[in-house]
Ligand binder design. Structure first.
Ligand code: ATP
Ligand code: MG
Length: 187
């Protein structure tokens, strides 16, 4: 049975060109807004619902944390009920930066860091401790990349052989290959 908690209820939105629009948006479902350009999709979703969700979220932070957040004024709407934390994901090309994660691209990470910095043990002067991209905060083993490249010596070297006998097993670095290359370049 559906309850009103299953809907985000927007009452009298009048942001930009919206004319006191009231509607119920089902939660936990994929909902698409379509309409001609200028009909007010962005005004409803970004300038009204998302702005209000951000405003409500920021209100839950401490005064100190709030000084780092944007100051959002209340959007032009009478009320929005049953809002939860909202995330806007713009369509954009993913960079191939090794340090990009779903968290950083969606900016969820910013809020996670804030959360951990609040519930974590206070460490004065160590505000970077919650950043995996800052030298002071990153994991010292993987430098914040979450993975580490190292040589598997048993695959790379046959310890029983001399270099001339083919101790280096990497296909590009075998003694024979190196010898052939250098002799070719000499000729
Ligand atoms: N910041 C703003 N200030 C004043 N008017 C605005 C603002 N943003 C949008 N509008 C106006 O509100 C109306 C709705 O625009 P909106 O961007 O919400 O439409 P849309 O449906 O998202 O269009 P599109 O499909 O082009 O993205 C338009 O007339 C637009 O000019
Ligand atoms: Mg738009």
């Amino acid at each position: 049975m559906s309850t009103t908690k299953d809907f985000i209820i927007v009452q009298n939105a009048h942001t930009n060109n919206l004319k006191n629009l009231s509607l119920e948006i089902p939660k936990h479902k994929v909902v698409a807004f379509t309409g001609v350009s200028g009909s007010g999709k962005s005004s409803l979703l970004f300038d009204t619902i998302y702005t209000e969700a951000q405003r409500q979220l920021i209100e839950t932070f401490s005064t100190f944390a709030r000084t780092f957040m944007p100051k959002l004024s209340r959007p032009d709407v009478d009320d929005i009920l049953n809002l939860s934390t909202s995330i806007v994901i713009d369509q954009k090309k993913m960079g191939n930066n090794l340090r990009s994660t779903v968290g950083t691209v969606t900016e969820v990470n910013t809020y996670l860091r804030l959360l951990y910095s609040r519930i974590g043990k206070p460490a004065i002067g160590a505000s970077f401790l919650f950043s995996f991209n800052h030298p002071e905060g990153m994991c010292e083993h993987c430098n914040g990349l979450g993975k580490k490249a190292k040589i598997d010596l048993d695959l790379f070297l046959d310890q029983e052989k001399s270099i001339r006998e083919g101790a280096i097993m990497h296909p590009h670095l075998r003694w024979a290959v190196l010898w052939k290359r250098s002799s070719t370049s000499v000729v």
